[in-house]
Design a protein around this ligand. Structure first.
Ligand code: NAD
Length: 493
């Protein structure tokens, strides 16, 4: 019997008005593991009405009280770690080793971070003159819509939901259609923690219907979106009719630069994590590698040897480090990039095919794949693959490599590997990206801002900068003059 899930609207669990369902498939086995309601505009309207009704009381609650409810949610996440980790592994394909040790604990930690740091949000007093009090306050936006992707279903929603809630907004979350179950469980946990009905609503259904209805709803003040660049562009267009704010965390094509003086062994370690963590389904995944010609052969040889050791297979086995890609059509897309790389003349150094072991044959696995002899004219070096497929290219000079890195419509992240910190920082300053790591790739903390430039989007998640995304500044001016004198007297009188 396939497990049935319901959506959360106004504190109640409901089916969709049409009774239609989404099948949730385990990408490691191809089996249906659950069904979630396939909602429509009807449920979006209900959820927005519920969130709008709950908004004044939630915004009026002291920050300290909202903060305590986030801390209670964080504790409950850890109490439910096994169920959450299992759900995420089953619906998204990440190995249980990762969901238990990384995704779920980080969700709890991030709520703690938001709960603590939001209490330090301040307004300003502006010294315009002795006759007045001129100050700013930060207010919640109201009802916000949060639309999230499938690559880290729980984390991506917590990044936005934690910041939006603690600052006093009420929320409608639209999780990804292929992996909505952890988000529904997080909604349940927040109810149990004591967050009032209507403050958190979770609706499942297709982006083209539920997502677009949310984006176009006149009572939604902002859309916080993480996903594909093409979807982000569509959301921007649709949001313009209601002059809605949008925050866009979009795709990336992240460069990994190994300079002549780099510690090659350390760079190889970083390339294993950067290129293959979460089967390469990371917005910041290292996917185009520029290696100085003097260390190219050594790097390529060691990278291939290290990648061969990665254990993929049964995602419920604690030893497995690489799972499948998240769904069947996505595997087809990843495989089409492998074919394009071959056609464009890249040299296949590792992988390039489906693994065929007993454990992997029914799932949507792609073996870790490394191409050599790549260049920026190849499709696989220009477009986001979002799978365990990387390309290596040679470069000669530091000026040339900066040009190669910046020759991309994306600007999410990049890394530079060198023993010369000064040179690393010089290059970091020249690279157009939201984050540049030196001797590291893919490390993100609660305290550090995350978000790209160019077609990777705008706005920041994480750090205290995220609070700017979910609050608006109001200026309040008080005239303290007792007499009729005003600063503008000389102009009109
Ligand atoms: P996607 O754009 O297909 O879907 C993301 C969400 O948008 C889903 O919930 C989907 O249902 C919804 N959606 C789809 N069409 C919509 C529409 N027309 N209107 C409104 N909502 C719509 O992205 P995905 O495939 O789920 O996620 C992968 C992408 O996310 C990659 O490009 C990746 O780089 C990006 N991503 C970016 C970051 C970041 O921080 N920059 C983080 C994670 C993922």
């Amino acid at each position: 019997m396939v497990q049935q899930f319901k959506v959360l609207i106004n504190g109640e669990w409901k089916d969709s008005s049409t009774g239609e369902k989404l099948d949730i498939v385990n990408p490691a086995t191809g089996e249906i593991i659950g069904q979630a309601p396939k909602c429509s505009e009807i449920e979006v309207n209900e959820a927005v009405a519920a969130a709008a009704k709950a908004a004044p009381a939630w915004a009026g609650m002291p920050m300290s009280e909202r903060s305590k409810l986030l801390l209670a949610s964080s504790r409950l996440i850890m109490e439910n770690i096994e169920e959450l980790a299992k759900l995420e592994t089953l619906e998204q394909g990440s190995p249980i080793r990762k969901t238990m040790n990384f995704d779920v604990p980080l969700c709890a930690e991030q709520l703690e971070y938001f709960a603590g740091t939001a209490r330090a949000i301040k307004g300003e007093t502006l010294p315009v003159g002795p006759w007045c009090l001129s100050s700013t306050v930060r207010e919640p936006l109201g009802v916000v819509g949060l639309i999230t992707p499938w690559n880290f279903p729980a984390l991506m929603v917590i990044w936005k939901l934690g910041a939006a809630l603690v600052t006093g907004n009420t929320c409608i979350v639209k999780p990804p259609s292929t992996a909505p179950l952890t988000t529904l469980k997080l909604g349940e946990i927040m109810m149990e923690a004591g967050i009032p009905a209507g403050v958190v609503n979770v609706i499942t259904g297709p982006g083209s219907q539920v997502g677009e209805a949310l984006v176009q709803h006149p009572d939604v003040a902002k859309i916080g979106f993480t996903g594909d660049t093409a979807t982000g562009k569509r959301i921007m267009k649709l949001a313009s009719d209601t002059v809605k704010q949008v925050g866009l965390e979009l795709g990336g094509k992240n460069a990994f630069v190994v300079l002549e003086d780099a510690d090659v062994d350390a760079a190889v370690e970083g390339a294993i994590f950067g290129g293959f963590f979460n089967s390469g389904q990371v917005c910041a995944a290292a996917s185009r590698f520029y290696i100085h010609e003097s260390v190219y052969d050594e790097f390529a040889d060691k990278y291939v040897k290290a990648a061969k050791k990665l254990k993929y297979g049964d995602t419920m086995n604690m030893e497995t480090v690489i799972g499948p890609v998240a769904y069947k059509a996505h595997r087809d897309t990843v495989e089409s990039y492998i074919e394009s790389a071959k056609k464009d003349g890249a040299t296949l150094l590792l992988g390039g095919k489906r693994p065929t072991t007993k454990e992997t044959k029914n799932g949507y696995f792609v073996a870790p794949t490394i191409f050599g002899d790549c260049n920026n004219n190849m499709k696989m070096m220009r477009e986001e693959i979002f799978g365990p497929v990387v390309g290596l290219a040679k470069f000669k000079t530091n000026e040339e490599v900066v040009e190669l890195v910046n020759d991309s419509p994306f600007g999410l992240s990049a890394s530079v590997w060198t023993k010369n910190a000064r040179l690393g920082i010089t290059l970091a300053n020249q690279i157009k990206a939201g984050t540049v790591w030196i001797n590291e790739h893919l490390i993100i903390f609660c305290e550090t801002p995350w978000g790209g430039c160019k077609e990777s989007g705008w706005g920041k998640d994480l750090s205290t900068m995220v609070f700017d995304e979910y609050t608006k500044v109001k200026h309040i001016y008080v005239d303290l003059n007792e007499g009729p004198e005003k600063p503008w007297y000389g102009i009109l009188k």
